[in-house]
Ligand binder design. Sequence first.
Ligand SMILES: [Zn+2]
Length: 162
Amino acid sequence: MFRIGIGTDTHRLVEGLPLVVGGVRVESDLGAEGHSDADALAHAIGDAILGALCEGDLGVHFPDRDPQWSGANSMELLSRVMWLARERNLHVVNVDSTVTLEAPRIRSYVDAMRKNIADVLEVDLSCISVKAKTGEGLDAVGQRLAITAQAAVLMETTKEIA
Ligand SMILES: [Zn+2]
C-alpha cells in the first residue's frame, strides 16, 4: 500500500535570529521567527508525512503553546514523526521539496540538508530532493519578509518479516 502527503510552511524573517533550513545553519543577516527553531523545510516535510498518515499537522502533535517545544530542534520533531510512521508500518519512499528564499542563495547548502533529512527519514540520499528558488523580488519571499517550503512525500507499507 502507498500513501502520499503534502506539506507547506512559512516563517517570517527577522534580524537577530539564526536561519535553520533542513537542519543546516545558513549564513544570513535575517533569521526565521518561530516557536521552535523555525525550520520551514523540516516543518513542510513533517506535515507531508503526517498528511500521508492522516494524522493532522505538526501543530497538533507539537503545540506552540507547549513550552516543551520552545526552541526545539525540528529534526528531532521529524524523528518523532517518523516514530509515528513506523508504528503504522510505513516507511518513506521519496521526498520532493522546494525552499523559496530570496537571499542568500542556498544551493551550496542543499546537499547538507538532503543528508540530514535522509538520515532522519532513514532513506538513501538519492530519495531526498531539495530544490531552491527565489521570489523574483515579488511577494513576501521576494521582499525578504518570509521563507517558505513545500514538500511531497510518498510512503509505502513496510513488508512484515515472517
Ligand atoms: Zn514552521
